[in-house]
Design a protein around this ligand. Structure first.
Ligand SMILES: Cc1cc2nc3c(=O)[nH]c(=O)nc-3n(C[C@H](O)[C@H](O)[C@H](O)COP(=O)(O)OP(=O)(O)OC[C@H]3O[C@@H](n4cnc5c(N)ncnc54)[C@H](O)[C@@H]3O)c2cc1C
Length: 343
C-alpha cells in the first residue's frame, strides 16, 4: 500500500528474503480482520514514510532556483502533500551535475524527475499528474465525495471508508488544511506532549489510505451539482488588530471591526491565531450566511440547505474553529451520509 494512488517509490533489498505481492483489496481485508498483522504493517508504513521523507527519497527529485516563484510553488506543493522528495538548487554543484545528467537547460527550470521521466518547466499540476495524484475518472463510483482534506475532511473520509463507503477525498492544495500549518497542536486529546500539525496530517493520511480512501490533490472543486457529496473548508476572522502598544510589555491593542469604529483593548498578551476566509463560492445552490459560512439547518446532523450536501469543520456556520470539533463533525456527518444512502 503506497501513500499515493500510484506507487512511485523505489526500494532496495539488503538481505535475502521473499517478496509476497498482495492485491490492494486483500491487503485491506487483512488489515481490517487481523489486528496483529495490521499493527505491524501500519507501523511499518508510517516509519517507512518518515525514513523516506527525511532521507529525501530519490523517486521525486526537483531542481530549480531558490527565490524563483515556480520553484517555490513546486516545493510548497510537495510540502503540502507530504511527498517524500529531494530538492536541489540548480546553481549548486549537485544541481549542475543533475542538470547535465538529465539533459536540462536553464530554460527547463524548474524541473522534476519522477520515475525516470523528466518534467521540464514543471508545475504542481504536471507533478501531480506524473505521480497519479490528479483525479482520473473510471474508478468505482463514489458513495461519498469529501471536498477538503483538512481535519474535518480527513475525519469524514476515514470514518466513511472504515464503515464501507467508497470514498474520494479532494483538496485544492494538499493534506491537513490549516492544521498542517500549526507547529504544535497542544490541545488535541490524546497527545499530552502536543503534536505538530504536519505529523497529525501524515498519520491521518496513512489511516485514510489504510481504509481505501482515494485521495486526489491538487483538485479544486469549482461548482456543485446538487445531487450528493460532503464538504469541509476553512475559517474566517473578521476583526483586524491594527496596533500594539506598551513599553517593555504589551499593555493594549487596537482592533478594527468590519462594522463600527476602532477600539483600544487593555491586554497583557496577544495570541496570534490568524484565520482564513471561508471558501464557499463554489457551493452553488447551498445556503450561506452573510459571512459566507454554510449553515446546517438539518434535519440530519451537518446537513446544509441542499439535500445530500453536508458542511463540517470551520466552513460550517457557527463552528468552533478547532481541530477536535472539525474531526468530530467529520465523523458525525458520516452517520448522516448513511441515512441518505439508506433512503
Ligand atoms: C496556525 C494555526 C494554528 C492552529 N492551532 C490550533 C490548535 O493548536 N488547536 C486547535 O484545535 N486548532 C488550531 N487551529 C485551528 C484548526 O487548524 C482548524 O480549526 C481546523 O484545521 C479546521 O479544519 P477544517 O478541516 O474544517 O478546515 P481546514 O483545516 O481549513 O481545511 C480545509 C481544506 O479544504 C481545502 N479546500 C478549500 N476549498 C476547496 C475547494 N474548492 N476544493 C478543494 N479543496 C478545497 C483547503 O485547501 C483545506 O485543505 C489552528 C489554525 C491555524 C491556522
Amino acid at each position: 500500500m503506497s501513500a499515493l494512488p500510484s506507487v512511485y517509490l523505489t526500494a532496495r533489498v539488503v538481505a535475502p528474503g521473499t517478496v509476497i505481492r498482495i492485491e490492494d483489496g486483500s491487503l485491506r481485508r487483512a488489515l481490517a480482520e487481523q489486528a496483529d498483522i495490521a499493527d505491524v504493517l501500519i507501523e511499518a508504513f508510517r516509519v517507512r514514510r518518515d525514513v523516506i521523507r527525511t532521507a529525501a527519497g530519490a523517486a521525486l527529485e526537483m531542481i530549480g532556483r531558490t527565490g524563483d516563484s515556480g520553484s517555490a510553488a513546486l516545493r510548497t506543493y510537495a510540502g503540502h502533500m507530504l511527498l517524500p522528495h529531494s530538492w536541489v538548487d540548480a546553481t549548486s554543484a549537485p544541481g549542475l551535475a543533475l542538470m547535465r545528467s538529465a539533459g536540462l537547460e536553464d530554460g527547463d527550470l524548474p524541473a522534476a524527475l519522477v520515475r525516470g521521466a523528466v518534467l521540464r518547466s514543471a508545475t504542481p499540476g504536471t507533478v501531480a499528474d506524473a505521480i497519479g495524484l490528479t483525479y482520473r475518472t473510471g474508478g468505482p463510483p463514489a458513495d461519498l465525495v469529501v471536498v477538503g482534506a483538512g481535519p474535518a475532511g480527513l475525519a469524514a473520509a476515514v470514518y466513511a471508508a472504515s464503515e464501507g463507503l467508497n470514498t474520494v477525498l479532494l483538496d485544492r492544495t494538499g493534506i491537513g488544511g490549516q492544521a498542517a500549518k500549526s507547529a504544535r497542536i497542544e490541545n488535541y486529546l490524546g497527545f499530552p506532549l502536543g503534536i505538530s500539525g504536519e505529523d497529525l496530517a501524515r498519520l491521518a493520511m496513512v489511516q485514510a489510505l489504510k481504509f481505501g480512501v482515494r485521495i486526489f490533490a491538487r483538485y479544486a472543486a469549482t461548482e456543485l451539482d446538487v445531487r450528493g457529496g460532503a464538504s469541509g473548508d476553512s475559517a474566517a476572522c473578521g476583526t483586524a488588530v491594527c496596533e500594539l502598544a506598551g513599553d517593555e510589555l504589551l499593555t493594549s491593542i487596537v482592533v478594527e471591526r468590519p462594522a463600527g469604529p476602532a477600539e483600544r483593548l487593555e491586554c497583557r498578551a496577544l495570541f496570534c491565531f490568524i484565520g482564513a476566509e471561508p471558501v464557499s463560492d463554489w457551493l452553488t445552490g447551498v445556503g450561506k450566511d452573510p459571512d459566507r459560512f454554510v449553515p446546517t439547518p438539518g434535519p440530519l446532523p451537518c446537513q446544509t440547505s441542499a439535500p445530500g450536501v453536508f458542511a463540517v469543520g470551520d466552513l460550517r456556520s457557527g463552528s468552533t474553529k478547532r481541530v477536535a470539533t472539525a474531526v468530530g463533525e467529520g465523523a458525525a456527518a458520516v452517520s448522516s451520509v448513511h441515512a441518505v444512502i439508506a433512503g
